[in-house]
Ligand binder design. Structure first.
Ligand code: PLP
Length: 408
């Protein structure tokens, strides 16, 4: 019989543990570079002006109610999400080769995709999901919780602090045919290092040759470069090449809707005479999985995103807001690199401006990270990742000096 006293203690979530330690710290100088959420120049959460506008419109609607959404979510949200991640005129959309379900943010989308693959992707055979090393740590738990074994492919090059493309290619090349290859669409978490377009093309060739199954995780579209098309380039390229693939899309960062849990899962089939029938069967199975897990997704965040995505003026305002966020982060990259170089801090710091998106993989060692926390009240993950959004014009110099002290 089951007794709960056999349950072992699980480790605390590293990131949320770090946030709690930061809150306990009473130093007025403390700096939070842990969690991946945007902060404005005063280190405060930022409600995007366009989100405020959409919120006002929604709240003034006398017909707004709290009914259930359909199982697949809000239709105008899922179709707008297809248009955002692909392009409205993508053949995958016009040929109806894509099915989409609204999910509990990006996490829910990754989970729904992993669950679907665990049931239907080459069942009863050995299949493995490959993640970049390092990756968003939740990938490991999500895939293993649905019973999919995983391995990793090399990604980060310790010396150059850029992409280990050769290592990545070699491992994907030698992976068993038909493996699931999880790819970050842009602004790789935690490294901030992305393949170039040429490298993406080579990866697509390789993945095709090995009959692997690509699974894109896109949590930073528009947030990385400020340009939604540019940040979706890799996914759009793979879809143009006719791959069958999954996309897990999050609106947490690019809309600042973290706690509202707005996301979308897309399954795209290859062009074929049976494509529509395949998609409709896939959709029917996804609906059952969704129903058993969450019944139907939460409404409010999707309503906000949908308002914006489906309105030309609001969309234009959103693009401005994306530029505000990405622009401030790019400025902070320049400022941090500039200060470190000015101080003559040992090491090279060009990767700070070459990496993209919310995070930078600084190359700081675990020991240096500990000393930054103990002596300077700077909080970051032990792998040396910093959330660029935690820096601002008031603390970037303080942080640079703290790094300087820690590495000497
Ligand atoms: N995937 C990656 C790579 C991420 O970095 C994140 C968030 O940090 C997510 C997915 C999902 O986040 P959320 O569930 O908040 O949308």
């Amino acid at each position: 019989s089951f007794t709960a006293d056999v349950v072992p203690q699980a480790p605390e979530d590293a990131l949320f543990g770090l946030a709690a330690a930061f809150r306990r710290d009473e130093s007025p100088n403390k700096v939070d570079l842990g969690i991946g959420a945007y902060r404005d120049n005063n280190a405060k959460p930022w409600v995007l002006p366009v989100v405020k506008q959409a919120d006002d419109i929604l709240r003034s609607d006398p017909n707004l109610n709290h009914e259930y959404l359909p199982i697949a979510g809000l239709a105008e949200f899922t179709s707008a999400s297809q248009n955002l991640v692909l392009q409205g005129d993508s053949p995958a959309i016009t040929d109806k080769r894509i099915t989409s379900l609204q999910t509990v943010s990006g996490t829910g989308a990754v989970h729904l995709g992993a669950l679907f693959l665990s049931k239907f992707y080459k069942p009863n055979t050995q299949r493995t999901a490959y993640f970049s090393d390092p990756t968003w740590p939740n990938h490991f738990q999500i895939f293993s919780n649905v019973g999919l074994p995983y391995k990793t492919y090399p990604y980060f090059h310790k010396e150059t602090k850029g992409l280990d493309f050769e290592g990545m290619v070699n491992t994907i090349q030698s992976a068993e045919e038909g493996s699931i290859i999880v790819l970050h669409a842009c602004a790789h978490n935690p490294t901030g290092v992305d393949p170039t377009q040429e490298q993406w093309k080579k990866l697509a060739e390789l993945i095709r040759a090995k009959k692997h199954f690509p699974f894109f995780d896109t949590a930073y579209q528009g947030f990385a470069s400020g340009d939604v098309a540019r940040d979706a380039w890799a996914i759009r390229y793979f879809v143009e090449q006719g791959f069958e693939l999954c996309i897990a899309q999050s609106y947490a960062k690019n809309f600042g809707l973290y706690g509202e849990r707005a996301g979308c899962f897309h399954f795209v089939t290859s062009p074929s005479p049976d494509a529509q029938s395949t998609v409709s069967r896939v959709a029917s199975q996804l609906a059952i999985l969704q129903r058993s897990e969450i019944s139907n997704p939460p409404a409010y965040g999707a309503r906000i995103a949908s308002k914006v995505l489906n309105d030309r003026d609001l969309f234009a305002q959103w693009e401005k807001d994306l530029k505000t966020m990405s622009g401030r982060i790019i400025e902070m990259r320049k400022a941090l690199r500039g200060k470190l170089e000015e101080l003559g801090t040992p090491g090279k710091w060009n990767h700070i401006t070459e990496q993209i998106g919310m995070f930078s993989f600084t190359g700081l060692t675990e020991k240096q990270v500990d000393s930054l926390r103990e002596t300077s009240h700077v909080y970051m993950t032990k792998n040396g990742r910093i959330s660029m959004a935690g820096l601002n014009t008031n603390n970037v110099e303080y942080f640079a000096k703290a790094v300087d002290k820690a590495v000497r």
